[in-house]
Design a protein around this ligand. Structure first.
Ligand SMILES: [Zn+2]
Length: 381
């Protein structure tokens, strides 16, 4: 009998077949009928069992034994039946996801999907914003760690939101706690030290929603304290068109590439991550100065937005590939922006760049998890 594990590792394209062992009642799902030993020998699942014995704990299979008949079921995870070991990353770390409180989630998502900029930002309903849905998606997509990033529009809600994120993060070791603060908050130090003691890895700021200019004095004061607290900071970088601004909004609240570069120059000790590859709705020319600047970039919401204002997917990918090949190779992180994106689809997009030969296997592994693992000390092996 062919060694199934070996064949799977070699990534041969196969069709799934199932067979039940008459003696033991064991059900074995295999990719080729001839791999199944004669049912009378009772050895149909042996090769699979051997494979599972050797498989590392994060392998992309699940094996379950059910009931008194000991039905052995091999469930596919992460589309493994078509997977090749050459394109599967060892881990996936999603540094950019959001969750919302249960009772607010549905309304919040529906409201955001109809804002004037939603179409341009290409927001989709990638998930329902619940923590449990992220957990489910992590299992299905072989995601080893996912960062949950809080956004608190109102400084008064900072404690409540940080507490909610903390509570959820304690229920799953794959969730990485991140916190939020706001410039000029009277209890800034206390909030940061509380986040530190809870094990938060990152501070998330959304200058547009939190209504501050990242180059203003209160913001610079906040960044000094963030540096003292030993945190990196991640900035949302979505741009909103002038005509879509509400009266209380201001273009000065946008985190734009030139401002990120200025801030990096003013505070070189501040470890900055610019979300969305440096910006959504920015031109490629505006993005270019960020490339190789020393600022970290996450690639959430990038695959089909790197073409602004052309709206051409091929162009977007071309710009994206340029970024991935020219930016500091240790300063690129994978992120999805779930629930505004679907994690599975975003993972497939990055894998596709490797299978098409646009990025190497090493680059893919670095972006998917090695860079984040090193930078945030996540302990993945
Ligand atoms: Zn986001």
């Amino acid at each position: 009998m062919t060694d199934v594990g070996e064949r799977i590792r070699r990534g041969t394209r196969l069709t799934v077949h199932g067979a039940r062992d008459r003696e033991s009642g064991i059900m074995c799902i295999c990719r080729r009928r001839e791999w199944l030993a004669s049912p009378h020998e009772g050895s149909a699942p042996t090769a699979l069992r051997l494979f599972f014995k050797k498989a590392p704990p994060t392998e992309i299979y699940t094996l379950a034994l059910h009931g008194t008949h000991e039905v052995c079921k091999v469930k596919k995870r992460n589309n493994i039946w078509n997977a090749s070991p050459h394109i599967e990353p060892k881990h996936v770390v999603d540094v950019h996801t959001h969750i919302f409180e249960e009772h607010r989630s549905k309304i919040y998502i529906e409201k955001n999907l109809v804002i004037p900029s939603a179409k341009e930002l290409k927001l989709i309903r990638g998930s329902d914003g619940r923590f449990s849905s992220l957990q489910k998606s992590a299992v299905e997509n072989n995601i080893s760690k996912f960062f949950i990033l809080p956004v608190a529009r109102d400084p008064k809600s900072i404690d409540r939101i940080n507490d909610f994120y903390y509570r959820e993060s304690t229920t799953d070791p794959r969730a990485v706690l991140c916190g939020t603060v706001s410039p000029g908050h009277p209890r800034l130090r206390e909030i940061l030290s509380n986040l530190r003691s809870r094990g938060a890895k990152l501070i998330k700021l959304h200058s547009f929603l939190q209504r501050f200019d990242i180059l203003s004095d209160p913001a610079l004061g906040l960044f000094e304290k963030i540096i003292e607290g030993g945190f990196p900071v991640i900035f949302d970088t979505s741009r909103i068109r002038q005509e879509h601004l509400m009266p209380e909004d201001s273009v000065s609240f946008l985190t734009e590439p030139f401002k990120l570069l200025k801030l990096h120059e003013l505070l070189p000790d501040l470890k900055m991550i610019a979300a969305h590859g440096g910006g959504v709705l920015i031109s490629d020319q505006e993005r270019k100065p960020l490339i190789g600047s020393g600022i970290y970039l996450d690639i959430s919401t990038t695959f089909n937005t790197f073409d602004w204002p052309e709206n051409n997917y091929e162009k977007s990918i071309e710009n994206m590939v340029y970024l991935l090949n020219h930016h500091d190779q240790d300063k690129l992180f994978f992120g999805t922006d779930s629930p505004w994106r679907n994690q599975k689809e975003e993972i497939e997009e990055l894998k596709k760049l490797h299978t098409q030969g646009k990025i190497t296997k090493d680059q893919m592994e670095n972006i998917f998890w090695k860079n984040a693992n090193r930078f945030f000390d996540l302990g993945l092996e």
